[in-house]
Design a protein around this ligand. Structure first.
Ligand code: ATP
Ligand code: MG
Length: 277
């Protein structure tokens, strides 16, 4: 759940308006599972996109702040993909980060959509980008609690890891802008496709069609099929765990497509490793 501008501590609002001038228009961002506050704020300097999160009651960084700090760290390394960070400020126990505002729509991943080519172009460029040293998350660690051996996921590629269509923005002149770099990680390049296939299923693709789309990337065609199957299985397990703690239409849909893909893979390809649950 996001909070409103008026819910932010007065100190933080003062610190923000020191950058923007008096805020005369506020547009809350859609979605909302990460930053507690996310909105386009328009003041004297024009629109900026601001995400903000509070520290924990003991004053230490919680997961939301850590996510924002990771975005701050990686942002200068990915200028060709991400909106630039303009400033950040810490005040009233909160961290706020301002990005260049992007006037754009969300990508459409439905079968036949031209945005699938735009997404492919984005992924090709991403896969050619060296992983900057500031990226500290290793993708295999996300899965280590669920299987004995996740070493096939490890590698040196830069992975955004969350190419859901709300993170892929398309401008009127066709530019593709990638937001939400909080979980950028280092890993095997094919894992980016493994993370993306379920979003294609969510948009209405059959598993075979989604995998056919992924097949345009050498990292995918060169990957060990059993490693991809393991990734699909572990994704399904992870979503089921999440579903036990939190239920919403979006999570239910993610559980369903993750399972659909895992079932498809397991029907055709034997899985490597073993899941502990
Ligand atoms: N620089 C930007 N300019 C304009 N809109 C943006 C910008 N960055 C993000 N958005 C919009 O805000 C939404 C949420 O942004 P983002 O994904 O970075 O935040 P988040 O807190 O991680 O949210 P979620 O949990 O929904 O992924 C995006 O889906 C997009 O619609
Ligand atoms: Mg997002």
């Amino acid at each position: 759940m996001r909070c409103a501008w008026t819910d932010l501590p007065a100190e933080l609002r003062t610190a923000i308006t020191a950058h923007t001038g008096a805020v005369r228009d506020i547009r809350a961002a859609p979605g909302g599972s990460n930053a507690a506050f996310a909105a386009t704020l328009t003041g004297r300097t024009g629109p900026v996109f601001v995400k903000a999160a509070p520290t924990r009651p003991d004053g230490r960084d919680g997961p939301q702040i850590r996510a924002l700090r990771r975005e701050i760290a990686v942002n200068p390394c990915v200028p060709e993909f991400a909106p630039r960070i303009l400033w950040s400020t810490e005040s009233g126990g909160w961290l706020a980060v301002a990005f260049e505002h992007v006037n754009a729509r969300h990508a459409d991943y439905q079968p036949g959509s031209p945005d699938l080519d735009a997404l492919a172009g984005l992924v090709h460029r991403l896969q050619r980008t060296p992983c900057p040293p500031v990226v500290g998350l290793a993708i295999e660690r996300r899965w280590a609690a669920l299987a004995d051996d996740v070493s096939a996921f490890a590698g040196g590629a830069l992975l955004h890891t969350d190419l859901n269509p709300h993170n892929v923005l398309i401008t009127e002149d066709g530019r593709v802008v990638l937001v939400d770099w909080a979980f950028a990680s280092r890993g095997a390049a094919w894992v980016e496709l493994g993370q993306t296939v379920p979003w294609l299923l969510r948009a209405g693709h059959e598993p075979a069609a989604a995998e056919n789309w992924a097949g345009q990337f050498p990292s995918w065609t060169n990957a060990e099929p059993a490693a991809i199957t393991l990734h699909a299985r572990l994704s399904a397990i992870r979503w089921q765990h999440r579903h036990k703690n939190h239920q919403s239409p979006a999570i239910n849909a993610s559980v369903a497509v993750a399972q659909q893909w895992a079932d498809y893979r397991m029907a055709g390809v034997p899985a490597a490793g073993s899941a502990s649950s």
